[in-house]
Design a protein around this ligand. Sequence first.
Ligand code: ADP
Ligand code: ADP
Length: 216
Amino acid sequence: MRLVLVGPPGAGKGTQAQYIASNLSIPKISTGDIFRANVSGGTDLGKLAKTYMDRGDLVPDEVTIAMVRDRLSEDDAQDGFLLDGFPRNVAQAEILRDMLKDWSQALDLVLELVVDDDEVVRRLAGRRTCSQCGRIWHVEFDDKKDDKCDACGGALFQRDDDKEETVRHRLEVYQEQTAPLVSYYADEGILVGVDATGPVEEVTQRAMDAIRPYMG
Ligand code: ADP
Ligand code: ADP
């Protein structure tokens, strides 16, 4: 199964990607996570990406695409993958399609996680990430009174780009650059919308129901 998750920042892509990828036994490939790991590691890629991420802008396509090409070439991605946060504009989508075609592969399905703007802002304002295992939490919805990860005990942190002003810009970038992917993939006949409101488990259930008909 070759899957892509699309949706605004805060829609729950990372949260759902964990469960969906594990249910389908495919690797979860999150470009945001790979960039953040490079920022923490102080690599050249991380230094470059950070200037864009801090502003809430997209990292340039050629850098992002080269990184995804490397990741998709790894052994564990040959029989399927779940992309979270890529592609993020039509140019990336077109290059992904050509790249997969060269490898005699194609996407099976693109899931659009649908939530309204108010909910997105609420979700991003309370988002916390574990510095050790990368799990995603929410201060209010997960009733996080301490700053510790329930899964591994690691310290939770708030992402720099989840501050209010950056969030507003990221939502604009989504509308301008990423939202056009919805009609792009609808035209390709592989887009399915999933209502991403309500409890996390219910959204996962809806996503799995949407995926099942496409499973070989
Ligand atoms: P969110 O989960 O809130 O949508 P991500 O973790 O996916 O955010 O991405 C964080 C940042 O990483 C983005 O704002 C952008 O700067 C960069 N980024 C992630 N994926 C891409 C991509 N496919 N193209 C360009 N930049 C990206
Ligand atoms: P994205 O990757 O699309 O930016 P995340 O998966 O990081 O989104 O989720 C953003 C925030 O919303 C996190 O704090 C997460 O715990 C929370 N969240 C995700 N799904 C739900 C849900 N169904 N209900 C309430 N909060 C959610």
